[in-house]
Design a protein around this ligand. Structure first.
Ligand SMILES: Cc1ncc(COP(=O)(O)O)c(C=O)c1O
Length: 389
């Protein structure tokens, strides 16, 4: 039976086409069960920061699995304490709560915001914060939300302008939640100065600023965290994806007194911060530091942007994002056709929106990987000529 058929018979919720069954990876390459090689410029949606089967990742998982994998939150563990201290150092935050995924730490952030005694939450149009019902309630995409309503009441979806925020915010707002770059929308940038204005306005009205860096964090944008470019400090920072490099983990970092809003017993999770996950994240973040993969994300991002500019392709309308989170705007709803064509050519890219391609390759990519991308991507762009959908 083909992998596609087995998927149809045994799984639900995800669309199976054009599914490939991936069996192995190395660096920025993956192979399917037919032996076909792909250049992976999506990295499990901004997750495999070190690429596939990186020796540091493999060693960390194996070593910790052979030592102690799970202890419950009745106990602390050395890797957990080390990761909390590491995240404090890297972010400038004051305390960390661990979860297992992005959506789960957004849930934690929503619960923290409830402890302000206020309930109004502001978020942005075209935002994405996760699929569990709280995170979904604040996700600015109607088609994801509406079939599951009623969700938690009250979130307001604002256009990404300072004016809209000024008009909406007031003394009853608990929190503003936003992504510094809207990843799932296709790496859409916020207007210059928006983050600083958001910080000033939330501070003025006593509302929390909750930054969702689940996709942009851990070096992806060419800074450790995207907010650091703007010289602001959030109240809460949600992290997941890249910090585990492929091992599921989420972290919510609290800055200043907000860490005292949740009291022991208010929130928890069985697996959050277990030794296996945190030892792996320590190794991944340690390797990002050691090999200066943040600098590499910046340099390779510049190379990709220069290459896209040089293509001067008539179907490309704009290039967005920062570092190795790249959005490529197309002049029509061709993204699905381009991504499918790319896959046939042996290149993995993502149709984040009908007219936007997203690239999020491993932070370890080299100039040779970028060259290979430019061997293939222009051929995939040819699909814009024949596709209406
Ligand atoms: C910005 C952002 N927030 C939240 C999430 C949800 O994370 P997870 O899929 O780990 O629940 C994602 C996942 O794509 C994301 O990109």
């Amino acid at each position: 039976m083909s992998g596609q058929q087995r998927f149809r018979d045994a799984m639900f919720s995800y669309a199976p086409t054009p599914l490939r069954v991936l069996v192995r990876g190395e660096g920025a390459r993956v192979w399917d069960d037919q032996g076909t090689e792909y250049l992976d410029f999506l990295a499990g949606i901004a997750v495999n920061a070190l690429g596939h089967a990186h020796p540091v990742f493999v060693e960390a998982v194996s070593r910790q699995a052979g030592r102690i994998a799970h202890v419950s939150n009745y106990f602390a563990s050395e890797p957990q304490l080390e990761l909390a201290e590491r995240l404090k150092r890297l972010t400038g935050g004051d305390a960390v709560f661990f979860g297992n995924s992005g959506t789960e730490v957004i849930e934690a952030a929503i619960k923290v915001s409830r402890r302000t005694g206020r309930t109004r939450i502001l978020t942005l149009e075209k935002s994405f914060h996760g699929r569990s019902t709280g995170a979904l309630a604040i996700t600015g995409k109607d088609s994801y939300r509406t079939p599951f309503e009623p969700l938690i009441p009250g979130p307001e979806f604002l256009p990404s302008t300072v004016e809209a925020l000024e008009n909406a915010i007031g003394p009853d707002v608990a929190a503003l939640v936003l992504e510094p770059i809207k990843g799932e929308a296709g790496a859409l940038d916020l207007p210059e100065g928006y983050l600083a204005a958001a910080r000033a306005l939330t501070a003025k009205h006593g509302a929390l600023l909750i930054l969702d860096e689940i996709q942009t964090g851990a070096g992806r944008t060419g800074d450790w965290f995207a907010f650091q470019r703007d010289g602001i400090v959030p109240d809460l920072l949600a992290l997941a994806k890249g910090i585990g490099g492929g091992f599921p983990i989420g972290a919510l970092v609290a800055f200043g007194p907000v860490k005292d809003l949740l009291q022991p017993g208010d929130h928890g999770t069985t697996f959050g911060g277990n030794p296996l996950a945190t030892a792996t994240a320590n190794a991944v973040l340690g390797e990002i530091e050691r090999a200066d993969l943040v600098g590499n994300a910046r340099a390779m991002g510049e190379l990709i942007r220069a290459g896209l500019a040089a293509l001067d392709h008539p179907a490309i309308t704009d290039v967005s994002g920062r570092g190795l989170l790249v959005g490529i705007g197309l002049d029509g709803p061709h993204a699905g056709a381009v991504a499918t064509r790319a896959l046939e050519l042996g290149l993995i890219v993502n149709a984040a929106a009908e007219d936007r391609i997203r690239l999020a390759p491993p932070l370890t990519i080299t100039a040779a990987d970028v060259d290979r991308f430019f061997d293939l991507f222009p051929q995939a762009l040819a699909a814009t000529e024949s596709s209406d959908s």
